[in-house]
Design a protein around this ligand. Structure first.
Ligand code: KIV
Length: 271
């Protein structure tokens, strides 16, 4: 008799069902095997291999420098850890903006080489053709509107987006375009809560917010931020569930002290 416990995997259909039934969707980023394993076992619905890896893993100021090869490396590490969560991989800057043919070959590389379940792309109607082409290859696409960090040099700041009527109107139009084109879900980043709530009501696909209030269908945070691995990044929308920066500092200081004082290793910690 098998003792293997059947795990109900999260799929794009499950997310649709969660929206319909009003169950909120939980999503976090992960970029490596060890943390992805914990996050998956803790019951997260969606893991995003975000291009925020460029910031939190590689120390870059923006998400622009991370490459397709690097995203595939992170994604394949995450995939090896997963039993249940749906894994979404960010298409990095420069891998899809050129034309739809290039976009499709980038998406195919991500799916083939990492084993991921879907991709995420930043932008609205200007990337419609690329989304269509990727979808036609059977690859699910998650959209991303509002503060889209790959466009930081166009925006100039990481401030809240779509506060003015014209930008809000364009965001609503883009959300409808992404829904109609066939995206399975949409991330809305750092926009007024009322606007995000309106979008989540108007479109049938799940809307997952970050800094977009509680009226959407789910929430996403960057794992390193919510675990308190850094002290510098403190936007209003961030809730820190741990202070790992201080906990790790304390652990490493104790280790250094124990090595210097010859307390480590002791009799029982050697052969
Ligand atoms: O790269 C990322 O972590 C993201 C989230 C902020 C949504 O795109």
């Amino acid at each position: 008799m098998s003792v293997h416990k059947e795990v109900r995997k999260v799929t794009t259909n499950v997310l649709q069902e969660m929206k319909r039934s009003g169950e909120k969707i939980s999503m976090l980023t992960a970029y490596d095997y060890s943390l992805a394993r914990i996050v998956d076992h803790a019951g997260i619905d969606v893991i995003l291999v975000g291009d925020s890896a460029s910031n939190v893993m590689a120390g870059h100021e923006t998400t622009l420098p991370i490459t397709l090869d690097q995203m595939i490396y992170h994604a394949s590490s995450v995939i090896r850890a997963i039993d249940r969560a749906l894994v979404v991989v960010d298409m990095p800057f420069g891998s899809y903006q050129g034309n739809s043919k290039e976009a499709l070959s980038s998406a195919i590389r991500i799916m083939k080489e990492s084993g991921a379940h879907s991709v995420k792309m930043e932008g609205g109607k200007e990337i419609k053709e690329s989304i269509e082409r990727i979808l036609s290859a059977g690859i699910p696409v998650m959209g991303h509107l509002g503060l889209t960090p790959q466009s930081i040099y166009k925006f100039g700041t990481y401030n809240v987006r779509a506060k003015e009527e014209e930008e809000a109107k364009k965001l609503i139009e883009d959300a409808h375009v992404l829904e109609k084109t066939g995206c399975f879900a949409l991330v809305l980043e750092k926009i007024p809560a009322a606007l995000a709530t309106q979008v989540a009501k108007e479109i049938a696909i799940p809307v997952i917010g970050i800094g977009a209030g509680g009226g959407v269908d789910g929430q996403v945070l960057v794992l390193h931020d919510m675990l308190g691995l850094n002290k510098e990044f403190s936007p209003r929308f961030l809730r820190r569930y741990l202070n790992l920066y201080d906990a790790i500092t304390e652990a490493v200081s104790s280790y250094v002290e124990d090595v210097k004082s010859k307390d480590f290793p002791n009799e029982r910690e050697q052969y």
